[in-house]
Design a protein around this ligand. Structure first.
Ligand code: ATP
Length: 246
């Protein structure tokens, strides 16, 4: 189907005898905000690395933005954006320098970098900070900037690996305004999180336990299915049976 931008079928990653991601099968549609949940060690990062073309699956299939994860990893990388807590902005470059640096990596021309850089600084209200080092910004602003940089080249999909770690719910909510804007423009959002307030903001959620997807639906349907008052409760019901935890 044309509208499907991520499609996996029994995607599996083994490390020796250990199965980190076990026959995961799902589809994500264009513009959808898809939450990828699981306790520590459930296999989220392993799965996400395969979807980004960074790690070769052991078996199964996956198509990302129409490209095959075994054979077309360079095409995948050109069509996605990526943001994680661990890999983020350069603290010792200014806001504008970071925008230009990462925009350049994503293949924008000098002209685009100049206009998009200024546009972005204005949109984020960072005019006064544009020439300041990123290390001077509060964490919430760094995260917003980092997300904006990851979608500067208008990728088809953006992968967010725990993008809002360490900030309060109000700051997280502001970050999510940017996510909604990107999704409204047709960018698909694939996001891992440990925060259940964030899970509630997603269109659909997948919950992984010990390498397998144990539940997949909208937050409202999951709560119905598990007769739970909150996503916290759904998550707890699923994750308490987990054998792995790092
Ligand atoms: N290169 C590797 N070699 C062996 N085992 C690995 C390797 N990478 C990950 N694992 C194991 O695979 C399992 C899944 O790890 P993964 O990092 O995907 O989990 P996660 O759901 O992303 O957890 P977290 O929320 O802690 O990041 C863990 O038990 C981990 O120890």
């Amino acid at each position: 189907m044309e509208n499907v931008v991520i499609k996996t079928d029994k995607l599996t990653k083994r490390f020796g005898d250990f199965i980190a991601a076990n026959e995961i099968t799902f589809e994500v549609k264009k513009g959808e905000i898809f939450g990828f949940l699981g306790a520590n060690g459930a296999g989220k990062t392993t799965a996400m690395r395969m979807l980004c073309g960074l790690s070769m699956p052991s078996s199964g299939t996956a198509t990302i933005a129409g490209f095959n994860v075994y054979k077309q990893t360079e095409d995948i990388k050109r069509n996605i954006g990526y943001m994680s807590q661990k890999f983020s902005l350069y603290e010792d470059l200014t806001v504008l320098e970071n925008i230009r640096f990462f925009g350049g990596i994503y293949g924008l021309s000098n002209r685009e970098l100049k206009s998009k850089g200024e546009e972005l600084v204005e949109q984020l209200g960072l005019q006064k900070e544009a020439k300041k080092l990123v290390q001077a910004l509060p964490l919430g602003w760094k995260q917003k900037l980092s997300f904006s940089v990851a979608v500067l080249h208008q990728p088809k999909i953006v992968f967010l690996d725990e993008p809002t770690g360490g900030v309060d719910p109000v700051t997280r909510r502001q970050f999510w305004d940017l996510i909604y804007e990107a999704s409204a423009k047709g960018i698909t959002i694939f996001v891992t999180t440990h925060y259940m307030d964030e899970a509630e903001y997603c269109d659909r959620l997948s919950i992984m336990v010990d390498g397998k997807i144990e539940a997949l639906d909208s937050p409202a349907n999951l709560k119905k299915q598990f007769k739970a008052a909150s996503m916290d409760d759904v998550f707890y019901q699923l994750a308490r049976g987990a054998k792995r935890s790092d």
